[in-house]
Design a protein around this ligand. Structure first.
Ligand code: SF4
Length: 304
């Protein structure tokens, strides 16, 4: 129960600090699905390159993937890595959709959540994270997406054990957030201008939020919106503060929930949780960035 209260507090704190995250960066449910498959084991920036290739070739659509020869598809999505596997997965998804739902994404996405999840998980190369990303971000189903970032943050806060199963983490978060949360009152705060030198650390490190898209503005229930936001907010925490080799706890919005300093101290021996003064960008680092206050302008807009 305490864990669930803490998880809910994470959501409320991050929402208040950073506001709406406008996920997912896509203009159609199919684009979300393609992105969810392409983002497996790669950074989002590489997915964006592959999506741009598909868009340029005018094949970022069901019909486009259907008619594109496998070898051409492989070339187009090459930047996303594992391009042979991922091309086969895209083809296999479209074939399954044609066979099971007569090629209708609307029909597919209006299938009850549990049934559709089971069907998706039975497809080649679709694991729980990809299936739940499709359900939540393409179909607005009420299901939370667990990823490596969620695990890392929860483990460091001792909310889960390292061997916790995907579905037990998902169910714990869903149980914590099952009552619709209070509305997110603050809109995304603008990126701070840092002149002449770095301002308050919290402002310097405030993540950049991407612009609204057709999919981010899709109608959804309060609960789906809460799951949508919470996953996106945890991604921001992990990318900017709770990184695999460094935890910038001293600047992180969730630092107030780390009430056991021994946790950080003990972990810093293996350098995994080490706080660092370099968390605040220096002026020389700032000069490299085209947008003041942005840690890394090439930082992926979404997941990985
Ligand atoms: S950086 Fe520190 S305070 Fe922030 S989520 Fe990670 S462990 Fe928690």
């Amino acid at each position: 129960m305490a864990n669930r209260t803490e998880i809910r507090s994470f959501f409320e704190t991050l929402s208040a600090v950073w506001g709406t995250q406008n996920w997912w960066p896509a203009d159609s449910p199919f684009e979300v699905i393609v992105g969810a498959i392409l983002t497996q084991n790669t950074a989002w920036i590489n997915v964006e390159l592959a999506l741009a290739n598909l868009r340029r070739a005018r094949v970022l659509s069901l019909e486009g993937i259907r008619r594109t020869p496998l070898s051409d598809l492989e070339s187009l999505i090459r930047p996303a890595g594992f391009f042979r596997q991922k091309s086969a997965r895209l083809k296999s998804f479209v074939s399954w959709l044609d066979l099971t739902y007569q090629g209708s994404l609307d029909k597919m996405l209006s299938t009850p959540t549990a049934r559709l999840r089971t069907e998706l998980l039975a497809l080649n190369g679709i694991g729980p994270e990809t299936a739940d990303s499709i359900l939540l971000y393409a179909g607005q189903h009420e299901i939370f997406v667990v990823d490596a970032y969620t695990r890392r943050i929860f483990e460091r806060h001792r909310l889960i054990k390292p061997d916790a199963k995907y579905d037990s983490i998902r169910e714990m978060v869903e149980s914590a957030l099952q009552q619709p949360a209070s509305p997110i009152v603050k809109s995304a705060l603008p990126s701070p201008v840092v002149e002449p030198g770095p301002g308050p650390a919290e402002e310097v490190l405030r993540p950049v939020v991407h612009s609204p898209t057709k999919m981010s503005k899709s109608p959804r229930s309060n609960l789906a919106q809460t799951y949508n936001e919470f996953h996106a907010l945890l991604v921001q925490v992990a990318k900017h503060y709770c990184q695999s080799r460094v935890a910038r706890c001293e600047l992180c919005p969730l630092r107030g929930y780390l009430n056991d300093p021994v946790q950080i101290q003990a972990s810093s021996r293996n350098r995994r949780y080490q706080g660092t003064a370099s968390a605040v960008p220096t002026r020389s680092r700032q000069k490299k960035n085209s947008v003041p206050g942005r840690l890394n302008p090439r930082s992926p807009r979404h997941p990985k």
